[in-house]
Design a protein around this ligand. Structure first.
Ligand code: SAM
Length: 329
């Protein structure tokens, strides 16, 4: 049986946080006072959870956190995931989202273990702005080394995700476009969502899709690239075909109708939407000794309850029960 929700969406994409710890304190994500709030589970338990989801039709798994590169046993975990097969008998697509701080050393071992792709979060090309956002010294040089090592290891295409915040890094749009052209990476701008630990979000701080397009156009004429229906990013290059920039606009142009995602938190809870008001305790059911068929039935039941859409910017918007760093982006 393949996972489907009550709105008719197929769920083929699983994101799993493998640690709640993070070595960055990005201003738009964390307070800077709190550390990890939730438990990390043994890797074998994450592996069982992923296997159960794959048996229900998951084709793509993204490892996230916290910061996934902090997790001991990551390379072996990827090797185990690479042994799994989708319901159609194909290898899983295995992706990773990281801040890149520890990637220079790990890119090649991860590629060799079977990692397909990597997305590096980088919120400024300018090293000082980078430090101001991440609140970690010398992060920029590590992140850059990580991006280059990922490319050298053949983890292609390397995607670089940037969350734009007015007053912090909105002047970096064109710089990132130049970065894409110079480094051969796909840069993706992401609208800031109300998922932070602190109360930072306001509609005014969000740099919207339209504004990003205008800033890019001020550098060179843009050309839109084709995209699949399920793709979250609108993709662009310039008139000369050099560089690729995506814009992911969950706030100003929501794409919930095409959502194919489910998430597992580091402590083994299923989240059916980033903005869910509840978690579903898969690990609790597992710990009670439930066999695989019961767990698969539990997962299918939870997925049926997936929310139709988020309510960002609407009067009835309620802050979700967890912030991004404790879900996994
Ligand atoms: N530590 C890893 C990293 O930095 O990529 C993985 C976890 S991090 C929570 C995943 C992604 O979520 C990052 O790209 C980060 O920029 C993004 N993110 C965090 N808070 C966000 C927010 N409120 N709105 C949009 N993206 C956010």
């Amino acid at each position: 049986m393949r996972l489907r929700d009550k709105h008719g969406r197929s769920i083929t994409d699983l994101r799993i946080s493998i640690t709640d710890h993070c070595n960055y304190k990005c201003v738009y994500c964390r307070t800077g006072r709190e550390g990890a709030l939730y438990a990390d589970l043994p890797m074998d338990d994450y592996l069982r959870m992923v296997r159960l989801f794959v048996e229900l039709g998951i084709e793509k798994v993204r490892l996230t956190g916290g910061e996934p590169l902090l997790r001991h046993g990551l390379v072996e975990f990827v090797r185990e995931l690479a042994r799994l097969r989708t319901l159609d008998g194909r290898p899983l697509e295995i992706a990773l989202t990281t801040n890149g701080h520890l990637l220079a050393e790990l890119a090649q071992p991860l590629k060799d273990a079977g990692l397909s792709r990597v997305t590096v979060s980088m919120d400024a090309v300018d090293p000082e702005k980078f430090a101001r956002i991440t609140r970690v010294p010398h992060g920029h040089e590590n992140c850059l080394a990580g991006i280059r090592a990922a490319r050298a290891a053949g983890l292609d295409p390397v995607k670089v995700n940037c969350v734009l915040l007015r007053g912090f890094n909105d002047d970096q749009v064109v710089e990132f476009a130049k970065f894409s052209r110079a480094e051969g990476v796909i840069v993706r701008f992401i609208e800031f969502m109300p998922l932070e630990e602190d109360r930072v979000w306001s509609p005014e701080i969000v740099v919207t899709f339209q504004e990003i397009v205008e800033r890019l156009e001020s550098f060179r004429p843009l050309r839109e690239l084709p995209r699949a229906l399920s793709e979250t990013a609108r993709r662009y290059t310039f008139d000369d075909g050099l560089g690729e920039m995506g814009i992911i606009a969950p706030v100003s142009q929501p794409f919930c109708g095409h959502c194919s995602r489910a998430r597992i938190t580091s402590d083994g809870k299923i989240r059916t939407c980033l903005f869910s008001l509840f978690d579903h305790d898969l690990y609790g059911v597992m710990r009670r000794g439930a066999p695989d068929d019961e767990l698969r039935a539990y997962i299918s039941g939870v997925i049926m309850k997936k929310e139709a859409r988020h309510h960002i910017g609407e009067p009835d918007f309620q802050k979700p029960s967890r912030s991004m760093v404790h879900i996994g982006g």
